[in-house]
Design a protein around this ligand. Structure first.
Ligand code: PGA
Length: 250
C-alpha cells in the first residue's frame, strides 16, 4: 500500500525562533496522528534543529532544495551528502518557484534527483502546468515532458523511493485550487505515465501529492480521490492547527 503523506513547504518563511516554536507546536498537536506521514520542510537554517526535535516522533524532515553537484567550489550551495549527514530523509525538488525564479530545468532537476538517490535521500519531485498551458489544453503534454526529462536514466530500483507532487502553478499561493476532478484526472495520468515506464508495482506504490492552495476546507475532497495520496502544503503549513487539520482529512 502506498503511503498517505502531508508535507509542509515553509518556503522562505520563519526566523530561527519562530521556526522552533512552529515545529514544537506541530509535534504537540500530532501525537495521535495515524492517518498520514507528516513531513516538515523548513529552510536550511532550521534543518538540524528540526531533525533533533522530531527524533522521537514519526515526523519526517525535508530540505527545499539541494545542489546538482557532489561538492566543491559552489558558493552558497548545499549538497545532498551534507543533508544526508543530518540523518534527514527527504528533499523537495523541481518546485515551480525554483523553475520560475532560479531557471531550473528538467535536466538540472534530473541531476539533483541523482544526487539525492546516491545519498539515500527521498526526493519529492514537483511537476505542473501554468494556466496558459491548461487553457491551451497542453497540460498533459507539459507534465509528461517534465516527467520524462526529470526521470531520465532513473532506474526502476531507484524510482522506488520517489514521491511526486502535482502542483498546478496557477493554484500555488493564489487561493485557486484545482477541482477534485482536475486533481484526480492529472494524478491518474501521472500514475499511468509511471506505469508505462516502470511497471505496475512501482506505479501502484507511488505516492502522488497535490499542491496548490490546499487547506483544511478543501483537503478532504481532494484527498478522497483514488490517486491523490496527500498534499504538499505551502501557506497553510505555517499554521500548526491548519497543517494538522489537513493531515486529519483522509
Ligand atoms: P500553497 O503552496 O499551498 O501556498 O499554494 C504550495 C506549494 O508551493 O508547495
Amino acid at each position: 500500500m502506498r503511503k498517505q503523506i502531508v508535507a509542509g513547504n515553509w518556503k522562505m518563511n520563519m526566523t530561527f525562533p519562530e521556526g522552533i516554536n512552529l515545529i514544537q507546536e506541530i509535534i504537540n498537536n500530532s501525537t495521535s496522528l495515524k492517518e498520514a506521514q507528516l513531513i516538515i520542510s523548513p529552510p536550511y537554517l532550521l534543518l538540524n534543529e528540526a531533525v533533533s526535535l522530531t527524533e522521537e516522533t514519526n515526523i519526517g524532515i525535508a530540505a527545499q532544495n539541494c545542489s546538482d553537484h557532489e561538492k566543491g567550489a559552489f558558493t552558497g550551495e548545499i549538497s545532498a551528502k551534507m543533508l544526508s549527514s543530518l540523518e534527514m530523509k527527504y528533499v523537495i525538488l523541481g518546485h515551480s518557484e525554483r523553475r520560475a525564479y532560479f531557471g531550473e530545468t528538467d535536466q538540472l532537476i534530473n541531476q539533483k534527483i541523482k544526487q539525492c538517490l546516491t545519498n539515500g535521500l527521498q526526493p519529492i519531485v514537483c511537476c505542473g502546468e501554468i494556466m496558459e498551458e491548461r487553457e491551451n489544453k497542453e497540460h498533459f503534454n507539459v507534465v509528461a515532458k517534465q516527467i520524462k526529462g526529470m526521470f531520465e536514466r532513473i532506474t526502476a530500483e531507484e524510482f522506488d523511493s520517489i514521491i511526486i507532487a502535482y502542483e498546478p502553478v496557477w493554484a500555488i499561493g493564489t487561493g485557486k485550487t484545482a477541482s477534485p476532478d482536475q486533481a484526480q484526472e492529472m494524478h491518474h495520468f501521472i500514475r499511468e505515465t509511471i506505469r508505462n515506464s516502470y511497471g505496475s508495482e512501482i506505479a501502484n506504490n507511488l505516492s502522488i501529492l497535490y499542491g496548490g492552495s490546499c487547506k483544511p476546507s478543501n483537503a478532504k475532497e481532494l484527498f478522497s480521490n483514488a490517486d491523490v495520496d496527500g498534499g504538499l502544503i505551502g501557506g497553510a503549513s505555517l499554521n500548526a492547527k491548519d497543517f494538522i487539520a489537513i493531515a486529519y482529512s483522509f
